[in-house]
Design a protein around this ligand. Sequence first.
Ligand code: 13P
Ligand code: SF4
Length: 370
Amino acid sequence: MPIAGIYGPDDFRKSAQRRPNAQARTPVSPAGRAAAWPMPQLEWTPEVERATAHLYERVKSVIPPVEWPLMAPTIKAINELKQERNAVILAHNYQTPEIFHCVADIGGDSLQLAIEATKVKSDIIVQCGVHFMAETSKILNPQKTVLIPDSRAGCSLASSIAGADVRLLRERFPGVPVVAYVNTSADVKAEVDICCTSSNAVQVVESLHAPTVIFLPDQYLAKYVASQTDVKIIAWKGACEVHERFTGEELRAYREADPSVQIIAHPECPPDVLAEADFTGSTAHMINWVRNKHPKRVVMITECSMADNVMAELPDVEIMRPCNLCPHMKRITLAKILDSLIYMREEVTIDPAIAEKARRSVERMINLKN
Ligand code: 13P
Ligand code: SF4
């Protein structure tokens, strides 16, 4: 059914302070500099070539041989340093192949990363993704050190809403439960009843057994959920700056060019895009769809690096990539991951009272049975 209403900051008299994407990276403090580990040698040598040859095998279909000598010394240094530091690297499906396939210990979508974060044994988590993902890891691991290589890696959805907005929505719709997409700050997670990801949004909404649910902040994911359930959905006016750029017209053009092409899309896309897709799902669901169906040719309507990661794994599938990059995800680079491990920065911190409340919303989602 169509969504029941859609709200944004302009609909409230008191405008709430939303979380801006961070403006500056935290500088290395003098104490941090003193405690830093020595900078490793970053030269391309026969030894580096030998030590990284097995990693190049994983990405050779997407990284040209001429680029490998520029990456391999940093990859080797990161892999050695993470052992010495007892750190684990979690990487989202949108990270570039040299990160996703060559330095990450665990890769996945937001739900998989949140679940994996609850199982981590290492002292340090380096989150290669955006800030809300690192916050989720910290929420679930208050005693561990969680680092993000660049804290400016924000998200247009997370910055569209603040905890105070949720309180205003609750005043406007008393008694209506609130579901927050994980693409929100800890401050928002602390105000809601339960979180969801694009993997489980419909299941989470239905688990509340309520006739109406407030679903925030992604208006398009809200519309997708509304199309899959009888629960009445009240939405927020947020959008993903990457997925909202796709159009139905673009997808029709792909199909006209090759009627046999398969098109798969992320539910953060607008409804006219999803209407043209053969399959809609989270990033992990999209990857599994390609693994299982093994289509000859597929268009992936999502962030571009994910297609590179799938191509590296399945070089015989022809993947067309409308190249929409997430500028926030792309702030994470090999050089910054190395810098993170050398200087132990940038550390993610959350007010313990907020983290405690946010943890309830995230754990309630994780503990939902299928
Ligand atoms: P997934 O949970 O599907 O990986 O999505 C996260 C995201 O930020 C998509 O833009
Ligand atoms: Fe946020 Fe969109 Fe980037 Fe995902 S792709 S992190 S939703 S801005």
